[in-house]
Unconditional design. Structure first.
Length: 152
């Protein structure tokens, strides 16, 4: 059994729940994806494998994956929560273009010392860090500048 499955199984046992076949299929599908996803995209990917899992089951399983620490909310875009699996991946910053929706990631390690120092100064113990930055990507900055020029 993969390490992420062991962790999920332990979490479920602690909650008095079982690692059912549908939950295992959802878990494996999440960890086969290397992109951000919403519940509907995850469901579509699962439907390619089996039709025995409902969208409702996907929606009920995502909070379990979140609570188990295997998945995190990446960001909200196009009116939907987007998720990513985080087990075994370094923490990172999400850079979301508000114009084209492009999403880029960079390592968060360079900011950790600054954040730790600020936390110490505040006598604060951080438990999780999520950093999302919204703005314009390099492709959309010229477009935005053109719009502003046209408005003048």
């Amino acid at each position: 059994m993969e390490e992420y499955a062991v962790i999920f199984n332990q979490y479920l046992n602690h909650k008095g729940l079982k690692l059912t076949k549908p939950r295992r299929c959802i878990l494996d599908t999440v960890f086969s994806m290397h992109t951000h996803f919403n519940a509907e995209e995850l469901y579509d990917k699962i439907r390619g494998k089996t039709s025995s899992i409902s969208l409702a089951t996907v929606y009920r399983t995502i909070p379990l994956l979140l609570d188990a620490g295997l998945v995190q909310r990446a960001l909200r875009s196009e009116g939907r929560e987007r998720y990513e699996h985080i087990f075994g991946h370094p923490k990172h910053i999400h850079w979301l273009c508000r114009n084209c929706g492009d999403l880029m990631e960079t390592d968060l390690n360079t900011l950790y010392p600054i954040l730790e120092k600020q936390a110490q100064d505040l006598k604060f113990k951080p438990e999780s860090i999520e950093l999302n930055v919204k703005g314009l990507c390099w492709k959309c900055i010229p477009i935005e500048n053109e719009k502003q020029s046209d408005e003048k």
